[in-house]
Design a protein around this ligand. Structure first.
Ligand code: NAD
Ligand code: ZN
Length: 359
């Protein structure tokens, strides 16, 4: 399956299917990528032993020269220090303007390698090979970044890939918890844009959780499709793109106060999506919106209740850190119905405290 991400002035394809990593060389040729310049594959310590060789063998047998850089798995690798190390590898390996940088891994590797691709000699070809379900979100939209000690994703760029090669077979090795967390963003894409897709996710939770290839392919195509449509309408985050933040306002606060590691991103935003639905119901929307949201998320074994040990004041102050907070009013993405959301800018602290108490 192929999905074309159309950004108006340019477009790029997302190929989704089984055993695509083994065909990397053929896809490179199809895209006319030169064999004269070395290809840098960036991956992490978990993904490298599982999937790196397939990509290298395929590219090398098509006549590409590859080098790789393996970073420590985990969020701390999205740093300027690691960015510089990858740059060193790129320079030492003689990458030139026609070279490609491949991100083989989840969102961490995608964001890091993407920023390398955007920066090296002011920009070289960027190829995404996502190996997590969550990366269906991060591989579409062109946001690449590393973290600053003081704030996440602070140093980065908008940089679109040449293509995304999404090998669903590579997802079979994902830990169960990462599967659930990734599916949380898939459900989000249904909730913000497409009721039918949200219902489909609910009906196929079992198949998705057991990594059924057909279900994964369909779900990832639809999820990427929603993200692509929203991004195409608003590439530089002027307005509409904010709907992608459903569940993220509170989700980020939970991640921040729970300490990293306790909640995966997808788990935190699951609670955040339940909270957003409850705020909407308090504001007069049908109770069924909240009930259905919770039912969908729980179908994936995702949390929808506030962790009791998290301190309410700490959560609120973590949200206050959010740039969208002005005069005790906060911008929230709230459901209007399943499959449709609105951006409201006047949610009060009291409303947030109320759902934290009730959830
Ligand atoms: P991740 O890259 O850390 O991957 C999660 C874990 O799974 C890691 O331990 C990784 O080593 C392991 N892993 C990856 N693929 C595997 C496989 N096939 N088999 C076994 N293990 C595998 O995290 P993620 O959840 O993919 O992405 C989170 C990151 O994405 C965050 O840094 C977030 O900021 C970023 N993100 C970016 C965007 C964007 O628009 N650019 C959007 C959403 C998230
Ligand atoms: Zn997210």
């Amino acid at each position: 399956r192929t999905l074309e991400v159309d950004l108006g002035d340019r477009s790029y394809p997302i190929y989704i299917g089984g055993d695509l990593l083994e065909q990397a060389g053929a896809y490179f040729e199809r895209h006319g990528l030169t064999k004269k310049s070395p290809v840098l594959i960036v991956t992490d310590t978990n993904v490298a032993p599982l999937h790196l060789q397939k990509v290298e063998v395929s590219l090398e047998s098509s006549g590409y020269r590859t080098v790789h850089h393996i970073v420590e798995a985990g969020e701390p690798s999205k740093s300027l220090a690691v960015f510089e190390e990858v740059m060193t590898t790129a320079i030492e390996s003689g990458l030139d303007r026609k070279s490609s940088v491949v991100a083989l891994g989840g969102g961490v590797v995608g964001d890091l390698a993407g920023f390398v691709a955007a920066s090296y000699m002011r920009g070289v070809n960027f190829i995404q090979m996502p190996t997590t379900i969550l990366a269906h979100d991060s591989s579409v939209g062109g946001k690449v970044a590393v973290n600053h000690r003081l704030a996440k994703n602070m140093i980065g760029a908008f940089y679109q890939p040449e293509m995304v090669l999404y090998d669903v077979s590579s997802l079979q090795t994902l830990p169960d918890r990462e599967v659930r967390a990734g599916l949380s963003e898939m459900v989000k894409h249904g909730l913000i844009w497409d009721q039918q897709f949200a219902d489909w996710c609910g009906d196929h939770a079992g198949k998705l959780l057991s990594l059924n290839p057909e279900a994964l392919e369909y779900g990832l195509i639809q999820g990427c499709g929603v993200k692509a449509k929203v991004v195409a309408a608003d590439e530089r985050e002027q307005g509409l793109r904010a709907i992608l933040n459903l569940g993220h306002t509170l989700g980020h606060a939970i991640e921040a106060t729970g300490g990293y590691g306790e909640y995966l991103h997808g788990e935190a935003i699951s609670i955040g999506m339940a909270a957003a639905a409850l705020i909407a119901v308090h504001r007069g929307r049908e109770a069924a919106i909240y009930e259905r949201t919770v039912e969908l998320l729980q179908g994936f074994g995702l949390p929808t209740a506030m962790p009791v040990h998290l301190d309410e004041d700490q959560l609120i102050s973590a949200m206050m850190h959010d740039k969208k907070f002005t005069e005790n009013k906060i911008v929230f993405v709230l459901p209007v119905q399943i499959g449709k959301v609105e951006i409201v800018s006047d949610v009060t602290l009291d409303e947030v405290r109320r759902v934290i108490g009730e959830l």
